[in-house]
Ligand binder design. Structure first.
Ligand SMILES: Cc1cc2nc3c(=O)[nH]c(=O)nc-3n(C[C@H](O)[C@H](O)[C@H](O)COP(=O)(O)OP(=O)(O)OC[C@H]3O[C@@H](n4cnc5c(N)ncnc54)[C@H](O)[C@@H]3O)c2cc1C
Length: 492
């Protein structure tokens, strides 16, 4: 009889409760990662994510060896692989972390649970974020989240009692099973060493310029924590990072950077997808499902996807994302909003394209953010960014644009944000947008106002607020505005 630890997005030994628990009763342990070809065919997955996972798994394998353990990799359908292992050596209990993923992983987890039940294999699943299974009462979420995030982390096991004499299968990581072979040219590297270096440099000095650089696609490259892929794939434990930040007092009361709040936002957003898995598939506000559905324009989508819309700041952001697999929050929001408002594209395909470019793809953050930025929650419907003024503010001299759009070399600086106004623009190397940004934004506002007037169900808006809005204690100014409410509702 063995214990099996099934790894999904938790490639670490520190604060790994499934590994910790599996080591408690002396049984041999099989630590398994399954490369699932069907998953890697999904449009929101990509070679760049696989590469990061591979690096993280190889690094984990080294750590496990030092504890006497082995990482085992297999390829195929998880249930089929579990069945094969079980026939060979009986699995007593399967230990894993709870995952809040896309619809595919949600259905796959249900099949694994059903298999365990049918085979009388124990199934133990543990939380790795402050996310609670199923629907939660949002009034109580913060309290529950606090209690969990402040609870003790689990230390790495002193020794792992490895299952001997089986092939580890690490070479399977050399073959990416998907079709999208587009890796980033300057990606973040996976594995615990890179994760710790990133964390240390952030806590030791980079955090001092965190807020100063957060909105700029250039400054945020070094001033943001850059922890997102390590948190998304569990190379670092969210709880551990939060507790380390508190112990080291990286944020003082007088110098609040907002970093700790963002670690809370991580779980706050994932909880939305956990409570309503449909978030990944359909507009969260039922009245808005049809708002853009009938008009998807594949050419506009292709231009946006390649960073060729003709609006330089938007295109430079997209090309940075293509090259590096990361961009800051504000520019993610602008890219998504630009596709939804200026290009009037329904959100699903752009959402999958962004997900597939993000090395740090975390479905629970991604889909709720995408729906907020495309105005399909029914709250704050006009999240329209002006891409020209954004560019002028965050890239005043146009260096960032020139770096990612070398074809604009011939355009003088005075026109770098609006090349369509420059009479010498070589339209064969950089084609201006078919609709200018101001006109496109005006048209989107008009369409949304009309749609809202005709179709918006206010009861449904109420349901979205009750289910998904975060609750914050009202301050005195807000109290005046909402005197009857003890809590102010705010959708992040
Ligand atoms: C359309 C859109 C899609 C997004 N998709 C993802 C995604 O797939 N994966 C992802 O990790 N983040 C996503 N974000 C949130 C955010 O942009 C990134 O977390 C952040 O830019 C990562 O960089 P960082 O680690 O340096 O962040 P920091 O600012 O240093 O924040 C630290 C950590 O807090 C969390 N965090 C930060 N901002 C947010 C936020 N707004 N909501 C929830 N958690 C947050 C992340 O885990 C992040 O690593 C998305 C945002 C938008 C607008």
């Amino acid at each position: 009889m063995i214990n099996l630890v099934w790894l999904k997005r938790d490639f670490r030994i520190q604060d790994h409760r499934p590994l910790h628990e599996a080591c408690q009763n002396g049984k041999p342990i099989l630590i398994l990662y399954v490369i699932e070809p069907e998953y890697w065919q999904l449009p929101d997955t990509s070679a760049r994510q696989f590469k990061f996972i591979k690096e993280s798994l190889l690094s984990l394998s080294e750590q496990l060896q030092q504890l006497g353990g082995t990482l085992t990799v297999r390829k195929g359908d998880v249930v089929t692989i579990l069945e094969k292992i079980h026939q060979h050596v009986a699995i007593s209990t399967l230990y894993s972390h709870q995952e809040t993923g896309n619809t595919w992983t949600f259905e796959r987890d249900k099949r694994v649970i059903a298999w365990c039940k049918a085979k009388h294999v124990g199934y133990q699943e543990y939380r790795q974020q402050a996310v609670f299974r199923g629907k939660v009462n949002r009034d109580k979420w913060q309290e529950q989240a606090d209690a969990w995030l402040q609870s003790d982390c689990f230390p790495p096991p002193a020794k792992v009692n490895a299952l001997l004499h089986h092939h580890n299968g690490l070479e399977l990581l050399n073959d990416y099973p998907g079709d999208d072979h587009n890796v980033a040219s300057k990606p973040q590297i996976g594995g615990i060493k890179a994760a710790q270096q990133t964390l240390n440099s952030f806590f030791n000095h980079r955090i001092n310029s965190y807020l100063f650089g957060i909105s700029s696609p250039v400054k945020s490259v070094t001033s943001s924590s850059r922890l997102s892929p390590y948190l998304a794939y569990g190379v670092l434990s969210l709880k551990d990072v939060l507790q380390q930040a508190q112990v080291l007092s990286v944020e003082s009361k007088r110098n609040k950077s907002g970093f700790l709040s963002r670690l809370y936002w991580h779980s706050h957003f994932v909880q939305k997808l956990e409570s309503e898995p449909n978030y990944a598939e359909q507009a969260v506000h039922a009245s808005l499902v049809a708002m853009r559905a009938s008009e998807f324009n594949p050419e506009r989508f292709a231009l946006w996807s390649a960073g060729q819309t003709g609006v330089p700041f938007v295109d430079a952001c997209m090309r940075m994302l293509i090259a590096t697999g990361w961009i800051n929050f504000r520019m993610r929001a602008m890219l998504m909003a630009f596709s939804s408002y200026h290009l009037w594209l329904d959100w699903q395909k752009p959402a999958a394209r962004l997900a597939n470019l993000f090395i740090d793809y975390e479905p629970g953050i991604h889909y709720p953010q995408v729906q907020m930025q495309s105005g399909t929650t029914g709250i704050n419907p006009f999240r329209i960014y002006n891409p020209v003024t954004q560019g002028q503010k965050y890239d005043p001299d146009g260096h960032f644009i020139r770096r990612y759009l070398p074809e604009l070399d011939h355009v003088p600086s005075g026109y770098i944000h609006t090349p369509w106004l420059y009479s010498g623009l070589k339209a064969d190397v950089y084609c201006p947008p078919s609709i200018l940004p101001d006109d496109a934004a005006r048209a989107a506002r008009e369409k949304i106002s009309q749609f809202y007037k005709q179709h918006l169900d206010k009861d449904e808006t109420g349901r979205v607020i009750v289910t998904h809005a975060s609750r914050r204690r009202s301050n005195s100014r807000r109290k005046k505005r909402a005197s009857t409410d003890k809590h102010q509702l705010k959708l992040f």
